[in-house]
Ligand binder design. Structure first.
Ligand code: BG6
Length: 303
């Protein structure tokens, strides 16, 4: 039996959750309920789409996203783990760690009392991943699809030494026109500005985007809201177990260099990532567990 059939046999939930191959060697779970639709790839346990019924898509996936084993996918909710950004010690190692480019397996799926569908994934360790990360730290990702989207990433240290890790849920949100968007909730927060060689600065007022933005906001657990006057909605980003929020838009030049953003993709996306980076790195003692939790919800708005 092939993997899709096995997954359907073991984890499909009648009409609400099915598995299919969407590109060669790329298997996705498709959720369809009265509340929402979502697609989640087995590679990276990466949410590729989520749309509450009656809404425009909330998660942006590049029209030129490429799907290939071991390659990162431009858009959705890539999981950056066990390091965020460049590896602290070696520039040869993959940016944002390896969790987003390896296969995950399903632990279980269920329909919750409120009608939401929950899928719990576990990262599959391999000799390759052990070479990159020689620690015993099983990683689980629980994804709850409903009128809101919940994602919880749990790392457990089952080894004998303390482990330091950084991480992020690198969510690409769909916006009508990024030039008109305001991001609120980070006023007076300190940030590292990657565009200005990691200079430290303090946010004043809402964030707006009119050129490349690449900032790691530190020591903040606040809710962040994307106010989108074109799609007439607010996207609420709530989080726990996260000290950093990252705001990223590559703008024109970087998009061209990346080659998988699509013609004017940068105008219709904005990454607001929740994580733990730089001085918010997580120190996990033997036997300890850490969870990074986010919840996204959409509210209609006239502004
Ligand atoms: C952001 C980083 O989180 O991810 C940026 O702050 C980076 O510096 C971006 O360019 C995209 O990374 P990647 O590896 O998916 O191209």
């Amino acid at each position: 039996m092939n993997l899709v059939d096995t997954l359907n046999q073991q984890h499909a939930l009648n009409e609400t959750l099915q598995f299919r191959e969407q590109a060669e060697q790329s298997i996705v779970a498709e959720v369809r309920t009265a509340q929402a639709e979502a697609t989640i790839a087995l590679q990276g346990a990466q949410v590729l789409s989520w749309r509450p019924v009656g809404e425009e898509p909330v998660i942006w996936l590049s029209p030129q996203a490429r799907f290939a084993p071991g390659k990162s996918v431009r858009g959705g909710v890539p999981i950056c783990w066990p390091w965020f950004g460049a590896h602290p010690g070696s520039s040869d190692l993959p940016a944002h760690g390896f969790a987003r480019t390896v296969p995950w397996e399903l632990e279980f799926t269920e329909v919750l009392a409120g009608g939401e569908v929950r899928l719990v994934f576990r990262l599959i360790e391999s000799e390759d991943s052990e070479r990159l990360w020689p620690y015993i730290t099983p990683l689980l990702c629980s994804i709850t699809v409903g009128r809101s989207l919940g994602i919880e990433l749990t790392t457990r240290n089952e080894g004998g030494e303390t482990v330091e890790l950084t991480e992020a849920l690198h969510t690409y949100f769909q916006v009508g026109d990024v030039r008109q968007v305001d991001v609120v909730g980070l006023d007076r927060c300190e940030y590292l500005d990657k565009v200005r060689d990691f200079q430290r600065d303090t946010q004043s007022g809402p964030i707006s985007v009119s050129s490349e933005v690449d900032r790691v906001y530190l020591n903040t657990n606040r809710e962040v809201v994307i106010k989108d006057p074109v799609l007439k909605r607010h996207i609420h980003i709530r989080k726990r177990g996260s000290g950093s929020s990252i705001v990223w838009n590559p703008w024109i030049e970087k998009s061209r260099q990346m080659g998988d953003m699509g013609e004017d993709g940068y105008l219709h996306m904005l990454c607001v990532e929740s994580g733990n980076a730089f001085e918010n790195a997580i120190l996990l003692e033997p036997g300890a567990e850490h969870s990074l939790w986010v919840e996204y919800a959409v509210e209609a708005a006239g502004d």
